[in-house]
Design a protein around this ligand. Structure first.
Ligand code: SAM
Length: 297
């Protein structure tokens, strides 16, 4: 069965009385080459015989098939129960795929990966992400503690620009700086909206986040770093001094300004100018001040 053929998809879905569900961000791939290119990127660099892939949202199994042809084991989480009988049919020829009817956001990923892959596999993620929860899923993946080699995902084109933006550019934001702590993001290729059914309003792009085994940015307390980044971007139009003062009002302006200077910038700088490593210097300053204060209590 050719899953990228529109009439075959329609007859498959009709036969199973299944409709596209907008609430789950269901835009299925109908390009014959894009699933192969995503799957190639997902397994690239992984050793043969130990290629484990976690897929989020297999839909009717289009990308899953390409992944199963390249990986040693694929585990796919699909929230929509009505798609499971379809997946059973479209993936029947693969004995290295396991479909789990589960919401990724309600899944303990570390536990799942331990159970499904054990210690024999290297792990990477591949997905054509449901656009309504792109950022929460990415955050969940990087915070999972699983130690994925990489995360290859299709996202809206604008989101791809944001994820891969350099400091000081208009697309750079909190998510860019946070992800830079976990890995290096590369934009692979653009995918026109006509490659999906139903066609979304905007084009998409595939990005690959190459995760660090150990963080390249050293910071005393990563949670403090994430708090600084959150504070820095909460009010984009304000100076970094004013934005951080809102988040760290208990420390006062002088300390906030000294913290910013410790990163090599003036307090009047805007948050988008700073890299993740710059934010880490500010976070370390706050961590040290807090430790000093609690010692003097
Ligand atoms: N992988 C398929 C493809 O490329 O054609 C489908 C991609 S579609 C953009 C997103 C898929 O994610 C849908 O199948 C949808 O039901 C599923 N999905 C949405 N929210 C989910 C969640 N929270 N957990 C797991 N799957 C989810």
């Amino acid at each position: 069965m050719k899953l990228t053929d529109l009439s075959e998809i329609k007859s498959l879905m009709d036969r199973h009385s299944v409709m596209f569900k907008k609430k789950y961000g269901q835009n299925f791939l109908i390009s014959p080459t894009i699933p192969e290119r995503i799957a190639d990127a997902a397994v690239s660099g992984m050793p043969e015989g130990a290629r484990g892939i976690l897929e989020i949202g297999p839909g009717i199994g289009t990308l899953t098939q390409s992944l199963a042809e390249r990986a040693d084991k694929v585990v796919a989480l699909e929230i929509d129960e009505s798609l499971i009988p379809i997946l059973d049919e479209t993936l029947a020829n693969f004995n290295n795929v396991k479909i789990i009817n589960q919401d990724v956001m309600k899944t303990d990923l570390a536990e799942l990966c331990k159970t499904e892959f054990g210690s024999e596999f290297r792990l990477s993620v591949a997905a054509n992400l449901p656009y309504y929860i792109t950022t929460p899923i990415l955050m969940k993946l990087v915070e999972s503690g699983v130690g994925f080699d990489s995360i290859t995902v299709m996202v809206q084109k604008e989101v791809a620009s944001r994820l891969c933006a350099a400091p000081g550019t208009p697309d750079y934001g909190a998510i860019t700086a946070v992800l830079a702590y976990y890995g290096r993001c590369e934009r692979l290729f653009t995918v026109p909206s006509g490659c999906f059914v139903p066609a979304p309003k905007v084009d998409s792009a595939v990005v690959r986040l190459n995760l660090y085994k150990t963080p390249e940015i050293s910071v005393a307390d990563p949670d403090e770093l994430f708090r600084v980044i959150r504070g820095a971007f909460a009010q984009r139009r304000k100076t970094l001094s004013n934005s951080l003062l809102t988040e760290y009002s208990s420390l006062g302006r002088d300390i906030v300004n000294d913290a910013i200077r410790s990163s090599g910038y003036e307090p009047s700088v805007r948050g988008e100018a700073l890299s993740c490593a710059d934010f880490a210097r500010i976070a370390d300053y706050f961590t040290a001040i807090k430790a000093e204060k609690s010692e003097n209590k």
